[in-house]
Ligand binder design. Structure first.
Ligand SMILES: [Fe+2]
Ligand SMILES: [Fe+2]
Length: 364
């Protein structure tokens, strides 16, 4: 099975089908279908997370197709997007039935389509969170909401809402202390905002590690908030580097590394960010032997929080699901960290290891 998110495209235009496939197949597991009847059957079996329908689909046309798909799938209908010509726009706007489908006018602007598919996938994934137990549901809804607020603030040069971020992490701390994180980790994995998914996973694992060494109450809240905010500066990294489906070149890596400095700039515009959150965010790429970045801090200069953040960030990156790699099993990721004897704090790693591999029987 593919590790990419499944999406389906229904079109009678073979050329457009091939073009869409070539543009999107790097990021998604794309199926292109040219027969409306087969496509309807396929939807029930495959359950793509987003559906793109060309108005040009024989014999019924895209709008009718969506209507029938909605009728068949009912509440299971996935978010969809209708591709139309400029001439069809007035008609489409007047049509009561479009369900939740948005539309887009051809010729396709590929970047915009990529964004809309991402929004469609995320709206479906976020809706599915309604079925989760209350604590897990509120962790995901609160954190995804605050994450968007943060990025909005950063774009407008406004201070980030630190107090709200900390509040949004309260259910997360509860989920960690109630041992409800497996459901959370599963529920977030299909979300298409990788920085959010990674940041939430770091927040979860950082809180788990904190919990396992006896950190409690508001201190645990700081840990999870620091985890959620640790990569905020990535919003300043070009999309092509941030979401590159593969290894970065040396030059790209230099740019990627600047996300820590961007985080510092963001923090500089905001008051009342606790020292601990700053340590987590600004030192999570430092290593005990001084080979990390941005400052190459060594041993004694790295307090426990920084050491925890480094371990958890590496562990999360290894076990994250990316379009170009499946998640690494927990045992293997821990073994890699254990081989980094000079770089990461092995005592703290031991706590994470016992929690993940022995105490909870987690992941993936
Ligand atoms: Fe980072
Ligand atoms: Fe990170």
């Amino acid at each position: 099975m593919s590790d990419k998110t499944p999406i389906s495209f229904v079109t009678g235009d073979a050329e457009l089908g091939a073009e869409l496939y070539s543009v999107l197949a790097t990021d998604f597991d794309v199926t292109v279908e040219s027969d409306a009847v087969k496509a309807l059957d396929g939807l029930e079996n495959r359950r793509p997370l987003a559906l793109i329908v060309d108005e040009n689909i024989k014999p019924i046309g895209g709008m009718k197709f969506l209507e029938r798909a909605g009728g068949r799938l009912g509440k299971q209908m996935m978010p969809s997007l209708l591709l139309i010509s400029k001439q069809q726009e007035t008609f489409v706007q007047k049509t009561a039935y479009l369900g939740e489908a948005a539309y887009m006018i051809k010729p396709i602007q590929w970047n915009l389509l990529r964004t809309k598919i991402s929004e469609a996938v995320n709206s479906g994934v976020e809706k599915s969170w309604d079925q989760l137990p209350p604590v897990q549901r509120s962790v995901l809804k609160e954190t995804v909401g605050i994450f968007r607020d943060c990025f909005g603030s950063i774009q407008h040069g406004a201070p980030i809402p630190v107090a709200k971020i900390e509040e949004s992490c309260r259910p997360l701390v509860q989920a960690v202390t109630d041992n409800q994180v497996t459901g959370l980790l599963n529920a977030v994995q299909d979300h298409d905002d990788y920085t959010y998914v990674h940041s939430l996973r770091v927040a979860i694992y950082l809180s788990l590690l904190g919990h396992s060494i006896g950190i409690k109450g508001d201190d645990l809240l700081i840990l999870s908030s620091g985890g959620l905010m640790h990569d905020l500066g990535k919003c300043c990294i070009p999309h092509s580097i941030l979401n590159k489906p593969g290894r970065l070149t040396d030059d790209e890596f230099v740019i990627m590394k600047t996300h820590v400095n961007h985080t510092k700039d963001i923090f500089d515009t905001t008051n009342n960010i606790s020292e601990s959150i700053q340590v987590i965010a600004l030192q999570h790429h430092e290593k005990v032997n001084g080979t990390g970045y941005p400052n190459g801090l060594m041993g004694g200069k790295l307090n426990e929080l920084a050491r925890m953040a480094t371990i958890v960030d590496i562990y999360s990156a290894l076990t994250d699901r990316r379009v170009y790699k499946p998640p690494m099993p927990a045992e293997k990721a821990i073994a890699i960290l254990e081989s980094m004897t000079d770089e990461v704090d092995q005592n703290l790693l031991g706590h994470l290891k016992s929690y993940l591999l022995e105490a909870s029987g987690l992941p993936e």
